[in-house]
Design a protein around this ligand. Structure first.
Ligand code: WTA
Length: 690
């Protein structure tokens, strides 16, 4: 393995110092303070995170018994797992102290640990040359491997670089980079020194990036000169330059080099590799309290600006780690291939924290499903020997349109588990993924979860040995998860073969703790709608035999190619146009992307003559304020929007019109002026049916 070690990644480091680390890595046992009695070398004997069991205490129990125990006695269940799987510098005193009514959520109180130690040092102590990351770069066949020792060294150098620019415990650092080893090192470097990272998906515009940096008050931004995706270059540094102009909190921009193209460096900018080369390769990990912040990740809700979802240290890591192992049936030595970007929660939990805490080899997929051809995923599976493949339904729907030979020509015998996330997977996509890709041989697990849940909450695995898997269904709650369905009057819907609003009735270690800077909003959005429960925003159906099937969002959040977006955000961007007094955006179905935005826009009288020009400006506005993928696929210019007497736009009706389902409009009697509906239907017919 060591022979394949990434040349580029090593170039990042000061060549001479690699041997220095070699010489010293035996010393890098983690002794934080005098109170620290457990060192990496002593704890590694117990193989934290490598045991196929949950914990010795829970060994030999069935899924049903364990699930029941996890709800009845979370102290015993999570306490024993946390004690065995995580490496603590100070052992916790109390397993949990939670109150879902007020949003007080605490796990593993009194404990101290460092997430980067759990993801790196523990594995370096046992097996430093194990491959931690395989960077599957855009061009097939150019992958680079990074060992745990190398990743630890890069992490420490980056951590020391951050320190040298004044980043301290609790400070926020924005990471605006596509998936790459240096981006992973950046996340772990923050964790090492107790800084809080906020990774911003590198497809977001400069304004969207600026909004997040401002909200989080980031001190440093880490980016790279350019991104490379599908054979195209993306000028990330230029986007960061534009963003930081309106972000006075930013004191430094660290710029990694992904390509050799020249970039202009301003006075805030520092070349990251150079800074790392002169930084020390060792960095003592900061002991963090279990409930100190680990990261913020901005995500869309039904109202307002994206919110900074807060995840903390121990509970998040434990939950990511346990779900990674047991939902995907990961075993030591497996190559875990999650093709998500680190800009989303899936990348956080199942590219970085889950796999690395388990000592896995995690694939970093930089490319697209169709570059250079629609066989890319399966060629990658063959070349890297991927054992678990975790992807999104939107990509599957795209790929199934091509000849099966794009799949069949590659050897997929390494695959053991297939998995899907991000949106409901339809039957056709499920069957194709299962039969064509998996040769009807590998379990295909549809995993339901959210940015806020930290890790997978409902999935067909774990189950008792060989437990059945129903197509296109997330099925079973994970340990510690108690789903509940709620009716329109706020009552719990009991029994089977029922629908309702999906809630989770007990706190679990991976759940979000708050919204950065706005705990009240956290309580309002998730805990108030159904007091005593966490409300997910999704609807679900419980089958006759008690399995769960997610039916989709119940709020104004839409899901475009698995990317979550609030219709209100798109409306805000459109409303910024001076000729647009009012808009309403709804999601409509799309056979590949799942959903796409459909915008109803009211134009000022004078703009009516030049509609096409204004619409083009609107498209550009959304791309610059949010991201290209947020640009509505359809626009319909209307005179008025349907509103209730209290002035609320009735999106339900607009969605029906946009989906061309006007024969089932439902009740329109609460509208202030029901004639608006006919007016809009007319406009729709004229525009879309000619
Ligand atoms: C949707 C992604 C159906 C859901 C991990 C959820 C799903 C939102 C599934 C969260 C699934 C995610 N089946 N719907 N398996 N997985 N969703 O925060 O609407 O980006 O609320 O987290 O995606 O999106 P987020």
């Amino acid at each position: 393995m060591a022979a394949h070690i990434s040349k580029t990644f090593l170039n990042v480091l000061n060549r001479g110092s690699v041997s220095v680390v070699n010489k010293h890595h035996h010393r890098s046992v983690w002794v934080i303070s005098s109170c620290c009695t457990r060192t990496v070398s002593s704890i590694s004997a117990a193989e934290p995170g490598l045991t196929p069991r949950l914990s010795s205490h829970l060994h030999g129990k069935s899924y049903t018994e364990l699930h029941e125990l996890s709800l009845r006695d979370p102290e015993t269940f999570w306490g024993s797992i946390a004690g065995e799987r995580l490496t603590w510098s100070k052992r916790f005193e109390q397993v949990n102290d939670c109150d879902l009514a007020t949003g007080r959520i605490n796990w593993f109180l009194g404990g101290q640990l460092n997430v980067s130690v759990n993801c790196l040092d523990v594995h370096v102590a046992r097996d430093p040359d194990r491959v931690a990351l395989i960077w599957e770069k855009d061009e097939p066949g150019t992958e680079e491997r990074v060992t745990y020792r190398e990743l630890l060294e890069a992490t420490c150098r980056l951590a020391n670089t951050l320190k040298s620019y004044g980043v301290k415990r609790g400070d926020r650092v924005a990471i605006y980079m596509p998936v790459s080893p240096i981006a992973v090192a950046a996340m772990l470097a923050c964790a090492r020194i107790g800084a809080v990272h906020t990774v911003v998906f590198a497809g977001f515009s400069s304004e969207a990036l600026a909004g997040r940096i401002q909200d989080a008050q980031c001190k440093v931004v880490i980016t790279c000169n350019q991104g490379v995706r599908g054979g195209r270059l993306i000028n990330l540094k230029a986007t960061v330059d534009a963003a930081v102009e309106s972000c006075p909190s930013v004191q430094r921009v660290l710029v990694a080099r992904r390509t050799d193209n020249p970039i202009s460096m301003g006075k805030l900018d520092t070349p990251l590799e150079e800074a790392m080369a002169s930084a020390s390769p060792e960095c003592a990990p900061e002991p963090m309290a279990s409930e100190d912040m680990l990261f913020l990740l901005y995500t869309s809700g039904s109202t307002g600006k994206p919110k900074g979802v807060v995840h903390t240290q121990a509970g998040y890591l434990l939950y990511a780690s346990v779900t990674h192992q047991h939902v995907f049936d990961y075993s030591p030595g497996d190559v875990f291939g999650c093709v998500a970007d680190i800009g989303w929660i899936t990348g956080h939990s199942y590219v970085v924290y889950g796999p690395l805490s388990n000592g896995a080899t995690s694939v970093l997929f930089e490319s697209t499903p169709t570059y250079p051809n629609p066989g890319r995923y399966w060629e990658t599976v063959q070349r890297l020997g991927i054992n678990q493949f975790y992807g999104a339904p939107t990509a599957i729907r795209l790929l199934l349109k091509y000849e099966e030979s794009w799949v069949k020509r590659y050897d997929r015998s390494s695959l053991k588990t297939l998995a899907s996330v991000g949106e409901p997977i339809n039957h056709e996509a499920w069957e194709w993924f299962y039969n064509v890709v998996g040769d009807a041989r590998c379990p295909l697990v549809d995993t339901w979860w959210q940015t806020e849940t930290g890790g997978i909450c409902i999935a067909p695995r774990p189950a008792h040995e060989g437990g059945e898997i129903r197509p296109a269904m997330a099925m079973r709650p994970f340990f510690g998860i108690q789903p509940a369905l709620m009716g329109e009057k706020g009552q719990t819907v009991t029994g089977n073969d029922v629908n309702g609003a999906l809630c989770i009735s007990k706190p679990w270690p991976g759940m979000a703790r708050t919204i950065f800077g706005d705990h009240q909003r956290f309580v309002e959005a998730y805990l108030k709608p159904y007091p005593g429960h966490y409300f997910t925003g999704d609807g679900a159906y419980r089958t006759e035999d008690g399995y769960y099937q997610i039916t989709g969002r119940m709020d104004d959040v839409i899901n475009i190619s698995g990317h979550r977006l609030g219709t209100a955000e798109i409306e805000d961007a459109l409303d910024a146009h001076p000729d647009v007094p009012e808009t309403a955006v709804v999601g409509v179905s799309h056979d590949i992307k799942g959903e796409v935005p459909f915008a109803f826009v009211v134009l000022k009288e004078k703009a009516m003559q030049e509609q096409e020009v204004v619409l083009e400006e609107l498209r550009r506005l959304v791309a610059t304020k949010i991201a290209k993928y947020a640009v509505p696929d359809h626009f319909l210019v209307v005179k008025r929007l349907p509103k209730t007497r209290s002035g609320k736009i009735m999106r339900r009706i607009l969605r029906k019109i946009a989906m061309d389902q006007t024969d089932s409009l439902g009740d329109v009697s609460t509208l202030d002026d029901p004639s608006v509906v006919m007016e809009i239907i007319q406009a729709y017919k004229q525009t879309f049916r000619g």
